[in-house]
Design a protein around this ligand. Structure first.
Ligand code: FAQ
Length: 336
């Protein structure tokens, strides 16, 4: 019994701490954030902080799950047994990331069913990048190299997010994403260094289609980002959208040289004064169109998720029936 009492013992900022006046509670919360303390699920937090986290973490989870679809499209057509085994493992990892993230969001009091319902009825978003088609095998390599590369750049700072369950989930996610990025680069490098001219052309053509959408993954420019300012004040986001995008561009330019591909931006040029690469304009109209549901694959992606939910209903029902049966058996055994 006393262990339960220890679990719920009042501590600074904890939900069961003695009642504090709202402003004092908020001030203490802000002070904890400023001191770099992690916020845990049972701690008191402002509603807006909770809602921001549920929004971001659930959208992140949806992105991982929807993100299984473009590469999943190539599992049956991977060119060798080795590439197929690698791709299977990668797509399975993304499913795992979705599950850690749904679990992290559930600690904030929103059920997985509610989050999935919000995705299916269009209330919740998922990353714009997964609304583009995978037309050739090279797309699989480019997703690993650029999409996972952008994901890592964005997600490393999230390992220091002020909300503990999200930060801890991100540590494992980032380790796995870095393997994903390397497998994509490796697949492309094999084609570029040992492949035929047709394979090299296929890689370049895939890079042409994925480069700009990868830059959009970081979100709108800071000036148009609705949530950045508050999220950075709360330590949810540690680095802004534009700075992360710039870091990604700088890293990708060097990697593109090793691969021997062109990033298809005539304005992409090292700027010694800034110590960064300048780049051409990003088509934000395209971004908002895709985010708004009108990308090349939005309808297919959502329909695939809704279908999977409906077709998997019997599995969830069977698992629940099994759990009920076990609980009844355990209760009967205890009573005997
Ligand atoms: N797509 O105010 P901000 C992956 C929305 S995982 C769609 O700047 P925020 C792994 C945003 O929600 C990729 N919508 O928003 C993988 C907001 O709308 P709302 C996903 C976007 O949250 C690899 C509005 O625009 N990663 O790739 C996008 O502060 C390979 C205003 O934007 C994460 O989710 C977008 N790209 O910053 C899997 C990481 N960008 O909600 C399979 C965690 C913005 O008010 C294969 N998330 N919007 O209706 C984050 O870091 C942030 O949420 C950002 C956006 C940076 C994505």
């Amino acid at each position: 019994m006393y262990t339960q009492a220890m679990d719920t013992a009042a501590r600074e900022g904890h939900a069961s701490a003695p009642e504090l006046a709202p402003t004092e509670r908020e001030q203490r919360f802000e002070a904890r954030i400023a001191a770099g303390e992690y916020v845990e699920s049972k701690d008191w937090m402002p509603d807006h902080y909770r809602r921001t986290l549920v929004r971001q973490i659930s959208q992140h989870a949806h992105s991982e799950i929807v993100g299984m679809l473009p590469e999943g499209n190539w599992i049956t057509r991977a060119p060798t047994l080795k590439r197929k085994a690698i791709l299977l493992a990668k797509v399975q990892d993304e499913g795992g990331h979705g599950l850690y993230l749904y679990a992290a969001a559930e600690t904030l009091g929103t059920s997985r069913d509610e989050m999935i319902e919000a995705l299916h009825n269009g209330q919740a978003k998922y990353s714009s990048i997964f609304n583009y088609p995978t037309l050739t095998w090279a797309d699989v390599g480019v997703i690993g190299w650029l999409v996972d590369g952008a994901a890592i750049m964005n997600q490393i700072p999230l390992c220091r997010c002020s909300y503990g369950p999200y930060a801890r989930a991100m540590i494992r996610v980032c380790r796995e994403e870095s393997f994903h990025q390397r497998q994509g680069f490796d697949a492309l490098y094999a084609m570029m260094s040992q492949g035929t001219q047709a394979q090299r052309d296929m890689v370049q053509e895939a890079v042409n289609r994925w480069w700009w959408p990868s830059l959009m993954m970081f979100g709108p420019p800071d000036g148009e980002s609705t949530h950045s300012e508050q999220s950075m004040r709360w330590g949810i986001k540690r680095i802004g959208n534009d700075e992360l995008r710039q870091k990604f561009i700088d890293a990708a330019v060097e990697q593109a040289k090793v691969l021997g591909v062109d990033l298809q931006d005539p304005q992409l040029k090292w700027n010694p004064e800034r110590g960064h690469h300048d780049h051409g304009p990003i088509d934000w109209d395209e971004f908002w169109r895709v985010v708004g549901g009108d990308g090349p694959c939005n309808r297919d992606r959502l329909a695939a998720r809704v279908r999977a939910r409906e077709e998997g209903a019997w599995v969830r029902e069977a698992a629940m029936a099994h759990a009920r049966k076990r609980a009844a058996c355990d209760a009967a055994a205890q009573a005997a």
